[in-house]
Ligand binder design. Structure first.
Ligand code: FAD
Length: 344
């Protein structure tokens, strides 16, 4: 007996499967390429919030998901006995000029209300983080305590193992049975566009690098559009390129060399660190740029969970819950702007 078949063993498919299993459903996951074969097998793993201002359903959803993440990933580690690399160690960003400093202080005030005392957006002297900080022309930094990091590839593996521990079955091929969820990432967006006869999404390629550098207790850094994410295993990820046009989804080229060079220039403490891995993947980007969640147009008992784009890991815990509400209880808790129909 299968209640739910999830197609796609990336972070979205696995998080939907995990939520359904935890509510007692019988779940199988089918992915011809195996667990973490797509964007979710990556190395960056910044779980970082939107700015605390101009609040909207997308920011609210993401905030809830980031707050849920600590217990969520602790539960996955317990069930799987594998590391996910999750730790909520915050993030530092430079403040370029007086205008940005004023803005940052305003946001510190609005964060108190919008983040409900569960995290802070602080303006702190750069000297507080000497040795591990972006260069900041004003001498001040933004330190938010909501940002966390995860190791995407390890977290995906651990979540798959937790699913197996709950009785979920992950396979390369199977007869689709029960309610069917398409969490098929970039390929799925292309397929859906063909199916609907209108483009509803595409992919944005990203290349990232992993350095051998010990900074596991440090916050992540964000400056010059670069994410610097220290992992729990003595590595530091640098991300990423953002390529709308590409021929080969997994090739590595000189654009990544430029990213690495910029990172080493902006963060001199990394200059001598060896590059131990280069990786590329395709971020599934819905036309709306928000997650694309809900029923499959014209196909009863079929669903879509896609569009994680740049923040799929940050959104995943809550995506699993709202999809399980819909699939198992026919309860629609999907926020405004996140629906499949918002893309055509
Ligand atoms: C360079 C880079 C850096 C990133 N950095 C971050 C970050 O710091 N923080 C963050 O939160 N997010 C980040 N992301 C985004 C994140 O990786 C994605 O949003 C997320 O992995 C998307 O997950 P997914 O499950 O939707 O897709 P995928 O992980 O791509 O999974 C889709 C799966 O579907 C399978 N599939 C395809 N067709 C079928 C079919 N017909 N049947 C069954 N299975 C099928 C594929 O084999 C694949 O395994 C980054 C992405 C990239 C590329």
């Amino acid at each position: 007996m299968v209640d739910v078949t999830v197609c796609g063993a990336g972070i979205f498919g696995l998080s939907v499967a995990y939520a359904c299993l935890r509510r007692g459903a019988q779940v199988q996951i089918v992915d011809p390429n195996g667990v973490g074969a797509g964007a979710s097998g990556g190395i960056v793993g910044a779980l970082a919030p939107h700015t605390p201002e101009n609040w909207n359903p997308k920011k609210d959803f993401q905030f809830d998901s980031l707050i849920m993440a600590e217990d969520y990933w602790a539960g996955v580690e317990r069930l799987s006995a594998l590391p996910t690399g999750y730790a909520r160690l915050g993030r530092l960003q430079p403040i370029a000029d007086d205008h940005t400093l004023t803005l940052a202080r305003d946001r510190a005030t609005s964060a108190k209300r919008l983040w409900q005392g569960q995290a802070d957006w602080r303006v702190v002297p750069a000297s507080d983080h000497a040795g591990w900080a972006p260069q900041s022309p004003t001498g001040w930094l933004i330190h938010d305590t909501l940002s966390a990091r995860i190791h995407p590839r390890q977290a995906t593996t651990a979540l798959a193992q937790a699913i197996a521990a709950l009785g979920g079955h992950i396979t390369h091929r199977a007869t689709l049975a029960g309610q069917i969820v398409w969490a098929t990432g970039y390929d799925g967006l292309l397929e859906l566009s063909r199916d609907l006869g209108t483009p509803v999404g595409n992919g944005v390629k990203g290349q990232a690098a992993l350095l051998g550098f010990e900074a596991r207790k440090q916050p992540q850094l964000f400056a010059d559009a670069l994410h610097i994410v220290p992992h729990h295993d003595g590595t530091v990820a640098i991300g990423s390129t953002s390529e709308r046009d590409f021929d080969d989804p997994t090739s590595i080229d000189t654009q990544l060399d430029d990213v690495i060079a910029r990172a080493m220039d902006s963060f001199p403490m990394l200059a001598d660190a060896p590059v131990i891995e280069r990786w590329a993947g395709i971020r599934p980007r819905a036309k709306s740029r928000a997650p694309m969640l809900g029923g499959y147009p014209g196909k009863p008992d079929q669903f879509i969970a896609n569009g994680g784009f740049k923040i799929g890991f940050g959104m995943a815990p809550k995506v699993g819950e709202v999809m399980a509400d819909l699939i198992l209880d026919a309860r629609d808790t999907i926020p405004e702007g996140f629906r499949v129909e918002d893309n055509f």
